[in-house]
Design a protein around this ligand. Sequence first.
Ligand code: ZN
Length: 412
Amino acid sequence: MNINLRFGMHGDIQLIHDQKDLIDGLVIPGHILAYQAASTSVFITSMFDKYYVIDPMTFILQNPKGVHLNDKGNLRPSVGKLINLYYPPLIEKLDDLEIDSKFRPHHIDDIDEFCKNVYEFQMTIVKNESKSSKASKYLDRYKRTKPTKPKYIIPPYFRFSDLSDPWYDFTLECAKITLNLSKLPVYPVISCPARSLNTELIDRISNDYSEFKGVVIWIDNMNEIATTSDEIQKVKNLLGKLSKSEKIIEVLYGGYMLMATCKDFLHSISHGILYTQHKSYEMTPGGGGVPERYYIPKFHEFRSMSQTDLILHKHPDLICDCEVCQAIFHGNPDNIIKFRDNPDLLRQHFLTVRRRECTSLESMGVDLLKANLQKTYDDYHDSTSQLPNPDAFLSYSKMRGLEYLIEWNNGI
Ligand SMILES: [Zn+2]
């Protein structure tokens, strides 16, 4: 299974370069590439030994009008840039929308033009921008750069709730139009919530997308810690059905649970460095800063630094044995404080552990996988769920336990 890192912030560029052996490829969000075109393009060309794809992020258009506007009531620059590139008539149409209404498929009245623009953007931007005059100031940063084409093209796509949602047909039409246009392979993104995945929908998806060699699945807002075994099974059914036609299946926004459940069907998984293991289509792109957190390898989940502190003091055997953590902790949980001075090490630790998880899953049978999850639950659930929650100390509540491991086990 490949790990495709979802690019998020320019502040991570140095880290990605240093740790590039831990990843296989990059997913570049279109709004970041459009808005910071020269610097992002030069970064991509400097990673020429890794493949990349450009996520066109067209689902952003499904947000209510208010989400597209900043505090002053102006169109957010990153969204404005995307609309101008993909379908400029939408700028005027946005003016006519009420603040809480959304675009509908009919607002994109020239679907061929829209698909062509989204395609051209992916085909040309990196090459053009890395030669632009703006690029020269970033070029010095890297020893070598070389523009390459994306590994495949992603057609415009939108999240749908079920088959009656007009965005389902619109997304499929965009995929077919793009397939006719494209000189590169085309992998459509299919995005819906797990609860919608009944047999009828799974059969339709499998039929409707039969002519594509690859697809990218995004289960909307599938938080691995909160998901149910029923939802996990539905996702597994979809991927199992698609894999029967020997498609290449990639997943956007996933973590250990999806990797473990679908390891036999999945070609690659993608996520951010410490965040975006799941994502809702309703989230505003480019939110503010987020607190640092630590990935506890045995738990296969992130905890806040203050929760991790308590958990590791209670169970020093949970201290990770990767090179990063050995150098930080020297076996003493008090040393967790050292991450504060060098938060990049939290990212380095996570990428190291994720690569290990990926490798170990490849040779692990389902029985052992399930036994491991059960043992982690048995060993740590009770004591973890009795610890005070330092992130909510005023309410005297306890920390969340590891119930999710049981859901995973039942789903797998
Ligand atoms: Zn570690």
